[in-house]
Design a protein around this ligand. Structure first.
Ligand code: SF4
Length: 455
């Protein structure tokens, strides 16, 4: 099976991409599409990762890299050769995705592969082609992808003349999960378990055959979890071929690129894209866990929409989620101010909202937002909610907020129907139960209709 494509015909302008030396020899001997002469510069260059200083390493026999291990460069474990990827990330902060891709492929040769999800990260494959270097692509087939995604995989293989290296979940594990909990357990108890079986463990296996991987993560994809993605980093979660924490390097060439620019690039280069994009899908994952978003909605609102915005990582990039040292910390370092600050918005205490819950007959209807000040979706609706409060003040409707993260989260989940932030509740004048606003349209007019129809 061909593991890579050689595309040396593409010329790259600019001094940083000039080709010289052995890589330009068209008669070079090829193994699995990699020219030995192209890779010889890799073996001459001594590099190592911090973790490679570990005492012993178990080689993985993964199919993914069996061929490439034939030409794995000698790794020398000298202190002075340890690559400082933090420094490198800083150096590359202003570099273009093409420069970053070129650097990644040049450094890791056959031991690096592009992770392709079947969405707009096809841009990575196009950048790899443009470098003129051989490259490998792998993907996780979770068994729950959309038909359109499989079509894209096929189109990409044909367009680039490559074979994508698919990794599948363990059949026994999937069987146990589905037999025990059904096909859609993630709607009941969260996506983590299913993602662990269908994505994370297969990914772990695939990465154990590599020394580096390339992802399509961007800072603007998820303000809660991806805002600090570096261009390159020692992978904080997964192990690579040589084993041990730090034995894998993760490259994010699109970290600083905005979604709109990726799309401009795809259109300009006439690259095949997932047909779901034309139906309003932006971020695309498994079929049951992905839905289209409306213009103006954040792309991550189309993924695991029944869960907290902050936790929207499937485990593949778990290192992006910051550890919390207390339950109210959340993304606290980035948060200075509370939100929904207005004379027309009452800040409810736990006792206040408990009273609202108890009252069967209220003097006036109440509209309450359950929020967390760090939540980007709450921040995005702040202006509309404050404007709405002003308009409702003269109509005898009380507007309030209740901070429902940290210590209050469990209570809010149990008693206040909190699913994800923000959750908006209307406590009508006479109905005992609060009514949850069911839509993600949080503009003034939509919220006003909701209040007027149900108050
Ligand atoms: Fe399962 Fe959904 Fe995760 Fe896919 S995205 S692995 S279907 S929970």
């Amino acid at each position: 099976m061909a593991l890579a494509v050689t595309s040396s015909s593409t010329a790259i302008s600019g001094s940083s991409f000039s080709r010289s030396g052995p890589s330009s020899d068209p008669k070079a001997l090829q193994i699995c599409s990699f020219r030995l002469s192209e890779l010889s510069h890799v073996s001459q260059r001594r590099y190592s990762l911090k973790s490679l200083k570990a005492e012993s390493h178990t080689r993985n026999d993964s199919l993914v890299t069996r061929a490439s291990t034939l030409i794995t460069p000698e790794v020398e474990e000298k202190e002075e050769d340890v690559e400082d990827f933090e420094q490198l990330a800083k150096k590359l902060e202003e570099a273009s995705p093409l420069e970053i891709m070129d650097k990644a492929l040049q450094k890791f040769g056959s031991n690096i592969a592009i992770a392709f999800s079947g969405a707009e990260d096809v841009a990575l494959i196009e950048y790899a082609r443009l470098t003129g270097r051989p490259f490998r692509v792998f993907s996780l087939d979770t068994g729950r992808l959309n038909p359109e995604t499989y079509r894209l995989f096929d189109a990409v293989e044909k367009q680039y003349g490559i074979r994508i290296e698919y990794t599948f979940p363990d059949a026994v594990e999937v069987q146990a999960l589905v037999r025990n909990k059904g096909l859609f357990s993630f709607y009941e108890d969260g996506h983590q378990e299913c993602c662990r079986v269908r994505k994370v463990r297969p990914l772990r296996r695939a990465l154990k055959g590599l020394k580096a991987w390339i992802t399509g993560q961007r800072k603007d994809q998820s303000p809660g979890t991806r805002s600090e993605i570096p261009i390159v980093q020692v992978d904080p979660v997964f192990e690579g071929l040589d084993g041990g924490v730090g034995s894998l390097v993760k490259w994010n060439p699109l970290a600083n690129v905005e979604g709109g620019d990726v799309w401009n690039f795809l259109r300009t280069m006439d690259v095949p894209v997932n047909a779901l994009h034309a139906q309003g899908y932006v971020s695309i994952g498994c079929e049951p866990c992905t839905r289209p978003v409306l213009p103006g909605q954040h792309e991550r609102e189309g993924r695991w929409w029944w869960e907290d915005a902050k936790a929207k990582e499937c485990g593949l990039h778990k290192g992006n989620i910051k550890k919390e040292d207390d339950t109210t910390a959340d993304l606290a370092p980035a948060i200075v101010h509370d939100i929904f600050e207005s004379n027309n918005v009452v800040a409810l205490s736990r006792g206040g909202i408990e009273n609202l819950l108890k009252l069967g007959n209220r003097k006036e209807p109440w509209l309450v937002v359950l929020y967390a000040p760090w939540c980007p979706f709450c921040q995005a609706m702040e202006a509309s909610y404050v404007e709405l409060a002003e308009k409702l003040a003269v109509k005898g409707v009380k507007v309030a907020k209740f901070r429902a993260d940290g210590d209050q989260k469990e209570f809010a989940k149990q008693e206040l129907q909190l699913g994800s932030f923000p959750t908006i509740l209307l406590f009508p004048k006479s109905a005992p139960r609060a009514i949850k606003y069911p839509s993600e349209h949080r503009d003034v007019d939509s919220l006003m209709s909701f209040v007027n129809l149900l108050r």
